[in-house]
Design a protein around this ligand. Structure first.
Ligand SMILES: [Ca+2]
Length: 196
């Protein structure tokens, strides 16, 4: 693309130089004709250049859609894995919101778990996500309101002691799939998601 835009700029310069040289040897009418013809070519060149710049701007726009620091891109979602604070559900949510984000709603929880496993191993095991059955027992929903239908580890959600109402991601591979219901009030690490 850079070559194309450079080419158009060079073409403009060549046209301007040629018209100077050509007009100096012609009578006024012929010189005007040459200038008109050259002007049309220059307009076309400027149009081409505008098209190229617009396309480059769009491409650049895609580049700057990368996740803002400290969020990382996993499967085209922007996550921040908070291993600094161990918080209950509401506090974790508040912490995410203070970063311009919210608790995470991963479309590909196994990809998120693979990243955590690759970078942290089994050091940490449980992370709060943006899902619960707080509004209606047994009706698991993301913060968006969409149902949580996949990703549960076998035997989960088990609503242990009748008190497990918040979605957690289990990074340990001892859980076949990443999701487990766990106590909202228990302090755990958590994952925020920045929505672009
Ligand atoms: Ca459970």
């Amino acid at each position: 693309m850079r070559c194309n835009s450079s080419f158009v700029l060079v073409l403009l310069l060549v046209l301007m130089k040629d018209v100077d040289a050509e007009c100096s040897q012609l009578n006024p009418d012929a010189a005007i004709e040459v200038m008109q013809s050259t002007l049309l070519k220059m307009i076309q060149a400027v149009s081409d250049l505008t098209h190229i710049v617009t396309k480059q701007t769009k491409e650049h726009g895609q580049i700057i859609k990368e996740c803002p620091v400290p969020f990382i891109n996993i499967m085209d979602q922007c996550f921040y894995i908070n291993m600094i604070q161990s918080l209950d559900f509401e506090s974790a949510r508040n912490s995410c919101q203070a970063m311009g984000a919210d608790l995470a709603q991963p479309k590909y929880p196994q990809a998120l778990r693979a990243y955590i496993w690759d970078t942290l191993g089994d050091k940490f095991s449980k992370f709060k996500l943006g899902g619960s059955d707080l509004l209606e027992e047994g009706d698991w929903r993301w913060l968006s309101g969409e149902s949580i239908t996949e990703g549960w580890s076998p035997g989960q959600p088990d609503d242990h002691r009748g008190q497990q109402e918040c979605l957690h991601l289990q990074s340990s591979l001892s859980y076949k799939l990443p999701f487990d219901d766990w106590f909202c009030e228990s302090g755990t690490y958590f994952i925020c998601e920045y929505i672009r």
